[in-house]
Design a protein around this ligand. Structure first.
Ligand code: GLU
Length: 383
C-alpha cells in the first residue's frame, strides 16, 4: 500500500466552474449562471480543485506516490480572457491554454504548498514519448520529484501541439504516463459516476473491455471529439493490458480519491488483464510511435503469439513504411490486424529484399547477415 504509485487524471469537466471562474474578468462577473456547454467550461472551480488537492495530499501523507495528469488549461484561459465560446482556431486554443496553464499551476502550487508539498510541471507531446531518450528523461525527472516529495503535474503541451503531434487527449496521455512511471493504479476523474449499463446504473467492476463493454460507451462520443467514455475505455484497455488497475469515477463526488484508494465501491473499477511488462517492452508496446509495418504469414503469427519465438525473414509476407534498424514496427497478420510490436533488426529497404527467405539465404541477398532474427523475442511484445 505504502509504495503504490497512483496516476490521477483530472478532466476538464471536473474542474469546470459552472459560475465561479478562476480569475473572473470584468465581463464575467454577471454571467455566473452560464448554461451552455462552452460557458460552463469557462474557468476553474477553485473549491473543487482545493478539495481534490487535499484528498491527494492525504494520500501522499500515507507515503504513496501520486502523479497528476490535469486538464483545464484551455478552460482557465477562457475564463481569464472572458471568452464565452471555446475558440475554434487552433492558435486561439493554444493562446488560451498558454494563459490558462500558468494560472492552473499557480492554483495547484498554492493548495499543495498549504499541505507542505511542492509541485513540478511537465508539458508533453506525443513526440516526447516516441523518442526513447526524452521518454527516459521524463521518467528520471518524475523519480527525482518523488525523491523530493514533490508532485509531478502533467498536461499536454497545447501551445505546440498540432493534430500530428497531439497525444490524442488527456485520457491517452494518462495511460502513457501510467506506463512511464509503472503505476499500480490509474484513476480517471470525470463528471459521470462511472461506466453505465443499459439501465443507466454504474457497473462496479469490468474485467475485460470486450465489444459488449465498448458498445456501452455511446458511439457518438467516439465520433465527435475527445474525452468521452470511448476515449477512456481505449486508454484503460492499454493500461490494464500492461498490468495497471484503473478506476473511472465522478471527480465531483466528495472524497472520491480517498474512497478509491481505500478500495471503496466507487465508480467503475477495471481489473488489470496483463502481466506487468519490463520497462523497455512497455515503451515498445504503448508509448512509441511505430514507423512501419511487417505483415507475416499464419505460421509466423502462431510462432510469435503462442510459442515465444522471434520473427525470422521466412515468415514475412510484405513490408510497409520506411524504417531503419532499431525503429519500432507494427507486426500484423495477412488481414492487417496488428498483433505485436517490436524493434526491427533490419531496415525496411533490407526487408524488402529478404522477405520470405530462409535464414541461410539472407547473407546471399544482402551481402551480410547481422542477426538471425528480424525482431528478437526480447524486443517483441504481443498485444
Ligand atoms: N490539454 C487540455 C487542457 O488543458 C485538455 C485536453 C483533454 O482534456 O483531453 O485544456
Amino acid at each position: 500500500m505504502k509504495n503504490r504509485t497512483i496516476v490521477i487524471k483530472i478532466g476538464t469537466k471536473v474542474m469546470a466552474s459552472s459560475g465561479k471562474t478562476l480569475v473572473p474578468s470584468a465581463r464575467d462577473q454577471d454571467q455566473s449562471r452560464a448554461k451552455s456547454r462552452d460557458e460552463a467550461r469557462r474557468g476553474i472551480d477553485k473549491d473543487r480543485l482545493k478539495s481534490i488537492v487535499n484528498n491527494i495530499a492525504d494520500v501522499l501523507d500515507r507515503g504513496m506516490k501520486v502523479v497528476i495528469v490535469t486538464s483545464g488549461a484551455i478552460g482557465a484561459g477562457m475564463g481569464l480572457l472572458g471568452l464565452k465560446k471555446r475558440p475554434i482556431k487552433l492558435r486561439e486554443l493554444q493562446a488560451a491554454a498558454s494563459i490558462g496553464q500558468s494560472a492552473l499551476m499557480q492554483l495547484y502550487s498554492h493548495y499543495f504548498k498549504k499541505r507542505g508539498y511542492l509541485v513540478g510541471q511537465f508539458l508533453l507531446t506525443q513526440e516526447d514519448f516516441n523518442d526513447r531518450m526524452r521518454y527516459l528523461n521524463i521518467k528520471y525527472t518524475t523519480q527525482t520529484l518523488f525523491h523530493h516529495k514533490a508532485v509531478p503535474i502533467i498536461n499536454e503541451n497545447d501551445t505546440v501541439s498540432t493534430e500530428e503531434i497531439k497525444c490524442g487527449d488527456n485520457d491517452r496521455l494518462s495511460t502513457l504516463v501510467s506506463d512511464l512511471c509503472h503505476a499500480d493504479l490509474l484513476i480517471i476523474l470525470t463528471d459521470v459516476d462511472g461506466l453505465l449499463n443499459e439501465k443507466g446504473d454504474v457497473i462496479d467492476f469490468v474485467d475485460d473491455i470486450n465489444s459488449k463493454v465498448l458498445r456501452l460507451a455511446k458511439s457518438s462520443e467516439c465520433e465527435f471529439g475527445t474525452g468521452g467514455m470511448c476515449s477512456k475505455l481505449e486508454a484503460i484497455k492499454r493500461a490494464t493490458a500492461s498490468g495497471i488497475e484503473c478506476v473511472v469515477a465522478n471527480g465531483k463526488a466528495k472524497d472520491v480519491i480517498i474512497d478509491i484508494v481505500n478500495g471503496g465501491k466507487v465508480g467503475t473499477r477495471f481489473g488489470s488483464s496483463g502481466a506487468k511488462l519490463i520497462a523497455r517492452k512497455r515503451w515498445i508496446a504503448f508509448s512509441s510511435n511505430p514507423k512501419g509495418t511487417i505483415i507475416v504469414d499464419n505460421g509466423a503469427k502462431d510462432a510469435l503469439s503462442n510459442k515465444n519465438k522471434s520473427l525470422l525473414a521466412s515468415g514475412i509476407v510484405e513490408v510497409d513504411g520506411d524504417f531503419v534498424i532499431g525503429d519500432v514496427i507494427k507486426i500484423t497478420d495477412k488481414n492487417l490486424k496488428e498483433f505485436a510490436r517490436g524493434l526491427a533488426n533490419y531496415s525496411s529497404f533490407e526487408l524488402l529484399k529478404i522477405k520470405g527467405l530462409k535464414t541461410g539465404q539472407v547473407k546471399g541477398a544482402l551481402g551480410e547477415k547481422r542477426e538471425d532474427e528480424v525482431v528478437h523475442k526480447n524486443n517483441l511484445v504481443i498485444l
